[in-house]
Design a protein around this ligand. Structure first.
Ligand code: ACO
Length: 340
């Protein structure tokens, strides 16, 4: 962008208050293959009853060899563009949140950009594990509201099945594969919580918690992909406090409260974490979007997948106030308040 254009954007912002990142479309993609708890009972010392009681998960989707992260992300992106009524060339920013990229490099975002037929704009990946989608949404929001970019595709896409130790019942029953995407456009707003768009993002991280949730491989350490390792109880112990903190910060930043929400769309890690967080925040159960029973934990994909489900079945409508939150490896944790 030229210096003159940048100056024009600043002038426009000064005279028309501010820019907001408005959601124009949502889309999702799930691999065809479904693995039920009953399927897992055949190869693991586990039961459908244990998994449902501890996590709420009944089944998860698992990607085939010809369904890499980029393919799931592409199909979610196309669906989001369809709802937005836009062509790939209308975008100028592609951000992909993933911890399971197709390759160490190039970025999965550039693969999706190419598959969309885009040669314009910028594309890059961002990694904050299960909080990755909100970190990517926050990054896109900063680009759009600075005036430097006009329309962003934000994708959360994962093939966590590739990272799992399928003999470890403490972890492999929890995760699934999938992708979700949002298309956002910079539009002028009045600067109040009545504006459509992303109203606030709250991001946190604390690397001291690495050993509680990590992958024991990587190009620099082991030259292998590695497997997911988790101290489940430890993660559980921190989760509710962390996510309710960032949600409370989002309320404080926007002058809103739990009673104002139309929908609460949490990261889908564990039904007990979701229920306890909603209860602590005073959010009614009928406002909570839950997909963990059918999807399992799809890490960075779980929130955009749940958003696309609730948008697709008519729950989320234009103008609705939607709170999203997540916590994941790092630890990272984050929230965002969006008026749809
Ligand atoms: N089937 C049957 N038994 C199992 C299974 C299983 N799949 N997994 C563990 N167990 C056993 C354990 O071996 C243990 O047995 P033992 O007492 O004989 O040693 C017993 O169940 C209890 O194990 P815990 O780990 O203490 O079980 P807990 O009640 O904590 O539930 C769970 C485990 C579901 C993982 C829970 O701790 C949890 O949900 N933690 C949060 C995990 C999470 O949300 N991670 C993702 C967040 S970040 C992200 O999304 C990447």
């Amino acid at each position: 962008m030229s210096g003159l254009q940048q100056m024009d954007n600043r002038v426009s912002r000064a005279s028309n208050l501010l820019l907001r990142s408005v959601v124009l479309g949502a889309g999702s993609c799930l691999p065809k293959r479904i693995v039920s708890n009953a399927d897992l009972e055949k190869t693991l010392d586990t039961t459908d009853a244990w998994i449902i009681q501890r996590t709420g998960i009944k089944q998860r989707h698992v990607a085939a060899e010809d369904e890499p992260t980029s393919r799931l992300g592409l199909l979610a992106a196309e669906a989001a563009l369809g709802e937005a009524g836009l062509k790939p060339q209308d975008l100028d920013l592609v951000l992909v949140a993933t911890s399971t990229p197709d390759y160490t490099f190039p970025a999965t975002a550039t693969q999706i950009q190419a598959m969309l037929g885009m040669t314009n704009g910028a594309a890059f990946d961002l990694q904050a594990v299960c909080s990755g989608f909100i970190f990517a949404l926050a990054a896109a929001d900063k680009f759009l509201t600075s005036g430097s970019h006009k329309r962003a595709l934000v994708v959360g896409a994962e093939t966590f099945s590739r990272l799992l130790d399928w003999t470890d019942r403490r972890t492999c029953v929890l995760f699934g594969d999938g992708a979700g995407a949002l298309v956002l456009e910079a539009r002028e707003g009045a600067g109040t919580s009545s504006d459509r768009g992303v109203l606030t993002t709250q991001l946190r991280s604390d690397g001291r918690h690495r050993d509680k949730l990590y992958v024991d491989g990587g190009p620099s350490m082991t030259q292998t992909t590695g497997h997911l390792r988790m101290a489940g109880r430890e993660v559980f112990r921190h989760a509710v406090g962390m996510v309710t903190d960032v949600v409370s910060q989002a309320f404080a930043a926007t002058g809103t409260c739990a009673g104002d929400l139309d929908w609460f769309v949490p990261h889908q890690a564990n039904r007990r974490i979701i229920d306890a967080s909603a209860e602590k925040l005073g959010i009614a159960p009928n406002k909570v979007v839950v997909t963990i029973d059918l999807h399992g934990n799809t890490s960075a994909a779980s929130i955009p997948l749940a958003l696309a489900v609730a948008r697709g079945d008519g729950r989320i409508k234009r103008g609705d106030l939607v709170m999203i939150e997540a916590m994941g490896g790092g630890f990272t944790w984050a929230s965002a308040l969006i008026r749809w």
